[in-house]
Ligand binder design. Structure first.
Ligand SMILES: Nc1ncnc2c1ncn2[C@@H]1O[C@H](COP(=O)(O)OP(=O)(O)O)[C@@H](O)[C@H]1O
Ligand SMILES: [Mg+2]
Length: 304
């Protein structure tokens, strides 16, 4: 009998469109290769769709809030059907940049210095605090978004304006700005898969640089660094993956400046379109898009 795969994509996060793309591309690849596939939204019909379709495995193609942060994983646990990527706890820890960075620091994984701002300081006090603790420029970012949504590089002049733009988050991470190179590492089932370097033509690797091909971000693979140097980042990514208890495939985002790697975050549900970074790293290592998807499905069936 054909294996039945239910793909959950879309959702209500700011990464909805990317998720739909991931879901569609994974579905196409699986259909072409003899799987029975159904795509669903994580909406009120989810339970009905699961019960009616009776999938062998659920492919979680969601990104961002409610899809990558333990919420949908909690719902899926009820059905006792294997689902892809990390489980409830690892997903929620990895999605929270404050908690995950505290765990990186505890485990001696280098990450940019930061503090959390909750709109509790006046303008002057905030600027004094940044001058004292981090220096300008700084990066401000929400604790639980992805795709560079609402990430801004700020100087003294524009920080208050930018913070006011994203007031709905209530808590914001203010992080030291790290110059230099942008390198991302993929981990596949507790093993180092490889790395890729991104050279955005824009000011930084923002939403446009990630998804708009007209923005012409260069993807460089193999990364031009000595093997032992790159291995440092790969080891940091593997360590982060393991201590957070991630499963399946993860992608860790680094800055590399003055010979040091800084881990920005670990993503438990990296983009999975043919042009996404993890499939690109996998392809370089001789693993086709189909084989990567099949591996993720198989891995879903092992204990979380
Ligand atoms: N501390 C930092 N210094 C320099 N650039 C940063 C810093 N933090 C984020 N960036 C830039 O913003 C991008 C997105 O930040 P990241 O922390 O990975 O959040 P997201 O979850 O939105 O991907 C990074 O890939 C990088 O280009
Ligand atoms: Mg990132």
């Amino acid at each position: 009998m054909k294996k039945k795969i239910l793909i959950i994509s879309g959702g209500i996060s700011k990464e909805r469109l990317i998720s739909l793309d991931t879901g569609q591309q994974v579905a196409n690849e699986l259909k072409k290769n003899g799987f029975s596939v159904k795509i669903t939204e994580p909406d009120n019909n989810l339970e009905k769709n699961i019960k009616f379709f009776k999938p062998n495995v659920i492919f979680n193609a969601l990104h961002g809030q409610f899809g990558e942060d333990g919420y949908i994983q909690t719902i899926l646990e009820r059905f006792k059907i294997p689902y892809t990527h990390s489980g409830v706890i690892a997903s929620s820890i990895a999605m929270d940049k404050e908690i995950s960075k505290k765990i990186f620091i505890k485990n001696k994984i280098n990450t940019p210095r930061f503090f959390i701002y909750s709109y509790d300081l006046n303008k002057n006090d905030l600027i004094t605090k940044i001058d004292k603790k981090l220096n300008f420029p700084v990066v401000v970012k929400p604790l639980n978004e992805g795709s560079s949504v609402n990430v801004y590089i700020c100087n003294k002049k524009n920080i208050i304006k930018k913070l006011n733009l994203i007031k709905t988050y209530k808590k914001i991470m203010i992080e030291e700005f790290i110059g230099g190179r942008e390198i991302q590492v993929a981990i596949m089932g507790n093993k180092k898969l490889g790395a890729i370097e991104l050279k955005p033509k824009r000011k930084f690797y923002d939403y446009q640089a990630k998804y708009n091909t007209n923005a012409k971000t260069l993807h460089i693979i193999p990364v031009n660094l000595p093997k032992n140097k790159l291995n440092q980042a790969e080891s940091m990514a593997l360590k982060a993956h393991k201590i957070i208890g991630c499963k399946g495939v993860t992608r860790s985002d680094f800055k590399f400046y003055k010979e040091k790697f800084y881990l920005l975050e670990i993503n438990t549900q990296p983009g999975m379109t043919k042009l996404s970074l993890v499939p690109e790293i996998a392809a370089y290592k001789g693993i086709s898009f189909l084989d990567l998807i099949k591996w993720i499905l198989k891995d879903a069936s092992t204990k979380k």
